[in-house]
Ligand binder design. Structure first.
Ligand code: NAD
Length: 519
């Protein structure tokens, strides 16, 4: 019997001893950057003809790691290894599979600052953001271990059928293509891998191109617990080559994907096509982007609302699927809230996150992201009024830094109010009244997270019913879902609402088998 699940506490970096411990972890990790990594297929190191470098976005000349750039043949080999390994892994008891997760959680907890430090260096997370990511990874491991044990209870005895002994078994699917994004590079891979493995599936894991070093750290953590060869294969390479082949392969049984709408939709289409030699309909578990909004009405605590808007918009430089990149404010309090949001956004400090614990924002992840955000800032300047920010920040080392940027009076159908920018750009939208605000909030193709700041009971009930998002928050920010507390996943073009960190999630990686034995 395991103790009840509890979320991993976050680190208080205002305490000097925690700052010291984290700095020491950063130094340890800095001593490890620049290594070369192979693919790992069937427990063996495999090299590729080409390599790809992962860099520190605060200092692009600093190579965090050099990785093999795999191709379709490597994807085929990895899927073959995972297919063979599945035959024995599926027979391993759920208790044993859960123990791999629990051991991995214990080790990650002990080395949490190191995992966080990799994120500071490879994707530019501030210390708090990195710590939240690593803590969430621990949570996924602990939570899914418990959920797997819960759903493994096969007893299904019915009083009116005393002559049959009944069983309902949630058996694994097979080989999974696990394809995460870079923005939660520890928690999302840990959760996606753990959920697939603990339910008895085998995995070919392809980290995002921007965060392979953290992906490696997560895989190594699992391997170190003694996972049999072939159960978890590590494959780096371009998504459109390696990832595409993993999705297309006839022996892939399911795809677990988190990433952009564009790639998710493509995967959905490819996975739906039955390939020659394929014996099943692939399952596609897809979590995609968002254009999330914070709604504020005239009854709200306006100071709390302004702080909630800014925290939702600019945490991790706005690079969260849950980021509140729109704030929809009723006309009666719009000017007041806009002024305070502008003031708070202007005060956000920006710097290389390995140099201090308390930067407000670090860099955005790469030069493509920077260019895309700059293009949206140009669009926003035409669509609304630039209230603060709007500039890139030059540093001697050429990091990808931008100011926190706020546009006011953006039309609800403007591009910066409709398209996912994935950067520190916030669109303020003026609404006539609360009904109008909700209509605007629902007026994109996404439906991931949302928040409402209001003290009107009836309006909160209205939003509870009509605000069409997978994760809705009242009188708080729209980011920061906690495992086991706020099951996470979105509607419409935000994905298949798979609700990671929730009690139903693991069922997605299983198929139910009903067995009746005549007594
Ligand atoms: P992305 O879609 O560019 O890449 C995601 C992954 O897909 C990467 O590993 C990439 O290599 C791979 N990939 C690319 N092309 C592929 C192809 N043709 N076939 C198979 N795989 C392919 O996304 P990103 O830039 O890494 O991440 C940011 C996006 O992720 C944002 O849109 C964000 O909203 C979304 N996201 C969603 C959630 C959620 O839970 N809904 C969580 C985090 C991030």
């Amino acid at each position: 019997m395991l103790p009840a699940f509890r979320n991993e506490p976050l680190t208080d970096f205002s305490l000097p001893e925690n700052q010291k411990a984290f700095s020491a972890a950063l130094e340890r990790v800095k001593a490890q950057i620049g290594r070369t990594y192979d693919l790992v297929i069937n427990g063996q190191s495999v090299t590729a003809n080409a390599t790809m470098a992962s860099i520190n976005p605060a200092r692009p000349a600093e190579v965090v790691g050099t990785f093999a750039s795999g191709d379709a043949s490597h994807a085929d080999a990895a899927i073959a290894a995972a297919t063979t390994a599945f035959e024995s892994w599926r027979k391993v008891s759920v208790e044993e599979r859960a123990r791999y997760l629990l051991r991995a959680a214990a080790e990650m907890r002990r080395r949490k600052h190191e995992f966080s430090a990799w994120m500071v260096l490879e994707v530019g997370k501030t210390w708090n953001e990195a710590d939240a990511d690593a803590s969430e990874a621990v949570d996924f491991l602990e939570y899914y271990a418990r959920q797997a044990l819960r759903i493994a209870d096969s007893s299904h005895q019915l009083e009116e059928f005393p002559d049959e002994q009944l069983g309902l078994y949630y058996i694994p699917l097979g080989v999974g293509a696990v394809i995460p994004p870079w923005n939660f590079p520890c928690a999302i891979p840990a959760g996606m891998i753990a959920s697939a493995l603990v339910t008895g599936n085998t995995v070919v894991f392809k980290p995002a191109e921007q965060s392979p070093a953290i992906g490696w750290q997560v895989c190594e953590l699992f391997w170190k617990q003694g996972l049999p060869a072939g159960v978890l294969n590590f494959l780096t390479g371009p998504g459109e080559i390696v990832g595409a082949r993993m999705v297309e392969h006839p022996h892939t049984r399911f795809v677990s994907f988190t990433g952009s709408r564009e790639v998710g939709v493509r995967i959905y289409e490819t996975a739906a096509k039955v390939q020659p030699g394929q014996k099943w309909l692939k399952r596609a578990i897809l979590e995609m982007g968002g254009k999330d909004a914070v709604v504020v009405d005239e009854t709200a605590d306006l100071e709390a609302a302004a702080k909630g808007i800014v925290a939702s918009a600019f945490g991790f430089q706005g690079q969260k699927c849950s980021a509140g990149s729109r704030a929809i404010i009723v006309d009666a309090v719009y000017d007041q809230v806009a002024a305070r949001v502008t003031e708070l956004a202007r005060a956000i400090t920006v710097g290389a996150p390995d140099t201090a614990w308390n930067w407000g924002m670090g860099p955005v992840v790469d030069t493509e992201a920077l260019d895309k955000i700059v293009r949206y800032i140009e669009i926003g300047t035409n669509e609304g009024t630039l209230l603060t920010g709007g500039h890139t920040l030059e540093t001697p080392e050429g990091g990808y830094f931008l100011e926190a940027t706020v546009f006011g009076d953006v039309p609800a159908d403007g591009r910066v109010a409709q398209e996912e920018i994935f950067g520190p750009v916030l669109a303020l939208i003026r609404a006539d009244n609360f009904d109008h605000a909700l209509e605007i909030a629902n007026g994109t193709e996404y439906g991931l997270t949302g928040a409402v700041f209001s003290n009107d009971r009836a309006r909160l009930e209205q939003a509870r019913r009509d605000y069409h998002v997978g994760n809705l928050y009242f009188n708080r920010k729209c980011t920061g879902a906690m495992v086991g507390v706020h099951p996470f996943g979105g509607f419409n073009m935000s994905g298949t609402d798979s609700k990671g960190g929730g009690p139903d999630y693991l069922l997605l990686f299983t198929q139910a088998k009903s067995v009746a034995e005549r007594l």
